[in-house]
Design a protein around this ligand. Structure first.
Ligand code: LLP
Length: 453
C-alpha cells in the first residue's frame, strides 16, 4: 500500500487533464465545456459571481462520507456512534448536515460548542475534547447538557466534578487513554505515545487511577474509554493493535473495579488521498478492522461488547472541498521555477508551509487541457514560504485563470488566519446545480470589529 509519505518524484508536466484528477476531486466533479463543474455548478462562473479566493464544499460528498461511516460501522455492530470531528471543518450548515445524517459532533473548544448550540444540535450527541479545557468551557458543557466529556487530566476531573455538584447534575465522562501505540504514517511505535500531552498512559497506572477517580468523584458518571492514535493514518493495523491494548485494559477495569466499560471510542484519523500516489484504506475496511476488532477482542476476553464510537474528521470533508483562486501574475525565473501567484495563500491554507503538504491543482477554465508545465502556486503574503502548491503540474497559466486546488476541505478553512489582515475567503456549498453561502467572505469591517482603537 502506498503511504502518504511516499517520496514524490521530481515534478514533471504530466499531461493529465481534469478527467484524470477526478479521484481527488469531489464526487460530483465533472469536466464539461472545457471547465470544471462541482455539484452541477460551473466553478469558473462561480468564481466570477462569488469572487476568489473561495472555498467550495460539495454537500453530496460530505453526506456520502458520513453515511459510509454509519453504514460500515453499524454493519458490524448495532451501537456505533459516528462522531464527526468539527475541527476539520465547522460551520452552522455543516453542523446541520451532521445532525441530518444521524451522526454526533466532536467539539474541541468552547467556540466549537457554540456552533453546536447555535445550530440547535441535539446536545446529548455532543462530545467535548481537549487537553486543557478551561473552567469556563467545562461549565459551558454542563450548562448546555452535552452527552459526554472526554476527560484528559486529574485537575479537570476535579473541576468538572465540583461544577457538576454545584449544579446538581451528573456528567457522563470518557477517560482518554494513550494506548502506547503511536500511529505515524509508516508504522506503529509501541512506546512513543507515552510521551504525549493527551490523556493518561497505561504503564504507570495513571489510566487506572483516572478511571477509579471518575468512578468515585461525585457528579461524574464513568461511561467508558477514549483513544486517538493520530491523523492521516493509512495503516489499519495500528488501530487493531491499539484495540487489543484497550480491550485488555477494559477487562482489567472490570475485574479491578467491578464497573463495566460501557463505551469504547477509538478516535479518528483515517487518511485520505491528496494526490496520485496515495491509496488510503476505505471506510468499509476501517469499519471492519475497528468494529469487528473490538468484538473479537471482547469475545476473547469474555467481556460484553461495548457501545462504540469513531471520530472521523479529515475523511469526511477533505475530498468534498476545493479552493478556487484567481491567477494574478505568472513569473518565470528562467532555469529555476515559474511562480503562479494567486489571490490567497498561507492564510487560507497553512498546511503546505506547516506540514509540507502536497495538493493537486488544475486550471478550472482549462480543465480539458493537459498539464503541460510545472508551476509553483504562490500566495500573496509577505513570506517566501507562502506557497499553496510547490512544483504543481499545471495547464499553462495566464492572469485571470481560475486555479482549483483539490482536497482542501479539511483543516484549511478551520486553520485559516488573518495574516497581513487578509480577509478570510467565504465558503459556498454546492448541490444539484445550486450554490449558497455557508460562510460569507469577511470584510474589512469584520477585521476592525474587535479593535478597540
Ligand atoms: N479525534 C480526536 C481526539 C482528534 O484529536 C482528532 C484530530 C480527530 C478525532 C479527527 O482526526 P482526523 O480524522 O481528522 O484525522 N491539523 C492537522 C490535523 C490535526 C488533527 C488533530 N486531531 C492537519 O491539517 O493535518
Amino acid at each position: 500500500m502506498a503511504r502518504p509519505s511516499t517520496p514524490r518524484p521530481p515534478a514533471q508536466p504530466d499531461q493529465r487533464t481534469g478527467h484524470d484528477l477526478l479521484p481527488v476531486l469531489p464526487m460530483t466533479a465533472e469536466i464539461k465545456d472545457g471547465r470544471l463543474w462541482i455539484g452541477g455548478v460551473d466553478t469558473v462562473e462561480l468564481a466570477r459571481e462569488a469572487g476568489t479566493a473561495l472555498y467550495v464544499m460539495d454537500e453530496t460528498t460530505i453526506r456520502h462520507q458520513l453515511s459510509e461511516y454509519v453504514k460500515w460501522t453499524r454493519y458490524h455492530w448495532k451501537d456505533v456512534d459516528v462522531v464527526y470531528a468539527g475541527k476539520a471543518f465547522l460551520s452552522l450548515a455543516m453542523v446541520r448536515i451532521v445532525e441530518e445524517e444521524d451522526c454526533c459532533l466532536l467539539c474541541a473548544s468552547g467556540g466549537e460548542l457554540a456552533y453546536a448550540v447555535r445550530a440547535g444540535f441535539p446536545m446529548e450527541r455532543v462530545q467535548m475534547h481537549g487537553n486543557n479545557k478551561t473552567p469556563a468551557e467545562l461549565a459551558e458543557c454542563l450548562d448546555a447538557g452535552i452527552g459526554r466529556v472526554v476527560v484528559d487530566n486529574f485537575e479537570e476531573m476535579e473541576r468538572l466534578s465540583a461544577l457538576a455538584a454545584e449544579r446538581g447534575v451528573t456528567q457522563k465522562v470518557l477517560v482518554r487513554v494513550t494506548p502506547g501505540v503511536e500511529a505515524d504514517t509508516h508504522d506503529f511505535i509501541m512506546t512513543g505515545a507515552e510521551d504525549s500531552k493527551f490523556g493518561f498512559g497505561l504503564n504507570q497506572g495513571l489510566a487506572m487511577e483516572a478511571v477509579k477517580r471518575a468512578v468515585a468523584l461525585p457528579g461524574l458518571e464513568f461511561d467508558g474509554l477514549h483513544m486517538h492514535i493520530g491523523s492521516q493514518i493509512f495503516a489499519l493495523h495500528s488501530y487493531a493493535r491499539a484495540i487489543e491494548v484497550m480491550v485488555a485494559f477494559m477487562r482489567e477495569i472490570e475485574s479491578e473495579t467491578g464497573h463495566a466499560v460501557r463505551m469504547l471510542d477509538v478516535g479518528g484519523g483515517l487518511g485520505v488521498a491528496y494526490g496520485a500516489p496515495d491509496e488510503p484504506s476505505t471506510v468499509k475496511d476501517f469499519g471492519k478492522v475497528v468494529v469487528d476488532g473490538i468484538k473479537e477482542e471482547c469475545e476473547r476476553h469474555g467481556i460484553a461488547v461495548p457501545r462504540m464510537a469513531v471520530e472521523p474528521g479529515r475523511s469526511i470533508v477533505a475530498r468534498a472541498g476545493v479552493t478556487l483562486y484567481t491567477v494574478g501574475s505568472v513569473k518565470e525565473i528562467p532555469g529555476i521555477r515559474t511562480y503562479v501567484a494567486v489571490d490567497g495563500g498561507m492564510s487560507d491554507n497553512i498546511r503546505t508551509s506547516l506540514y509540507d503538504a502536497h495538493y493537486e491543482a488544475l486550471i478550472a477554465n482549462k480543465a480539458e487541457q493537459p498539464r503541460e508545465m510545472v508551476g509553483t502556486i504562490a500566495g500573496k503574503h509577505c513570506e517566501s514560504g507562502d506557497i499553496v502548491v510547490r512544483d504543481a503540474p499545471l495547464q499553462c497559466p495566464e492572469p485571470g485563470d481560475v486555479v482549483c486546488v483539490a482536497a482542501t476541505g479539511a483543516y484549511c478553512q478551520s486553520m485559516s488566519s488573518n495574516y497581513n489582515k487578509q480577509v478570510r475567503p467565504g465558503v459556498v456549498f454546492v448541490r444539484d446545480g445550486q450554490w449558497r453561502w455557508a460562510v460569507r467572505r469577511e470584510t474589512y469591517e469584520d477585521l476592525l470589529r474587535t479593535d478597540e482603537g
